[in-house]
Design a binder for this molecule. Structure first.
Ligand code: ZN
Ligand code: ZN
Length: 221
């Protein structure tokens, strides 16, 4: 995939999405124009420090914090689209740089991509969250552990809210060969809406022995 990306890069060099300067998908000057979301609780949007979950929401969610770079609109939306459809490697690099500018986790943190629905991965040939996590761990020097798998397929159409929540609770499992005992985990994804998937994944990781789980997401829809 990245080889293909490089090849396409030769044929048509990447130009900055904003100012059209040649060289990368988003030049370093324009990277600074990505709107940064203020620090809030991911669940109720109350102001908190370091994107931490507020004390009230902590009663229902074990996610310690959800770092979010930008609102899902404009340039951020364009980058997410690129990550899924064209110039994925370049988009992943730009987004990972934005992650690193927002948050430098402690060196012992383990980066875990939130797996995308497998049918979508099959269509596309790669998992965008995994690509994002790999780029971020390369930049920060953290280890990346793709230890989560999706359980079955989600059949959410027509399901009630309660049924959807129950399906989500069983949506992830830790692959057998991975041990998470004592781990401090940072989940990585491209877009979040309610944070329900992150929450379900965090529960799974904690049940598997992780001591603490936070997340970093590029865009908040
Ligand atoms: Zn530019
Ligand atoms: Zn809250």
């Amino acid at each position: 995939m990245s080889l293909l990306d490089t090849f396409i890069g030769w044929l048509a060099p990447h130009v900055c999405l904003v100012c059209a300067q040649e060289g990368s998908l988003l030049c370093s000057a324009c990277q600074k124009t990505i709107t940064v979301l203020p620090s809030t609780c991911f669940s109720c949007q109350k102001a908190t420090t370091n994107y931490q979950t507020c004390p009230d929401c902590k009663k229902q969610s074990q996610l310690k914090a959800v770092w979010r770079v930008a609102p899902y609109s404009g340039l951020a939306k364009e980058l997410v689209w690129r990550l899924k459809f064209t110039g994925a490697q370049q988009a992943a690099r730009v987004m990972a740089q934005a992650f690193a500018a927002l948050y430098q986790p402690p060196a012992t943190t383990i980066v875990v991509p939130l797996p995308t629905a497998t049918s979508r991965v099959r269509q596309r040939g790669y998992d965008q969250a995994a690509l994002l996590a790999r780029n971020y761990s390369k930049l920060t020097g953290l280890s990346c552990l793709p230890c989560l798998a999706r359980v079955g397929q989600q059949h959410q159409r027509g399901a009630s809210r309660q049924q959807r929540l129950e399906q989500l609770q069983r949506a992830y499992r830790v692959k057998r060969r991975f041990s998470l005992a004592g781990a401090s985990v940072l989940l990585v994804d491209d877009v979040t809406t309610t944070g329900a998937s992150l929450r379900a994944a965090a529960d799974t990781l904690l049940r598997a022995g992780a001591t603490q789980v936070s997340a970093i997401v590029f865009a908040q829809a």
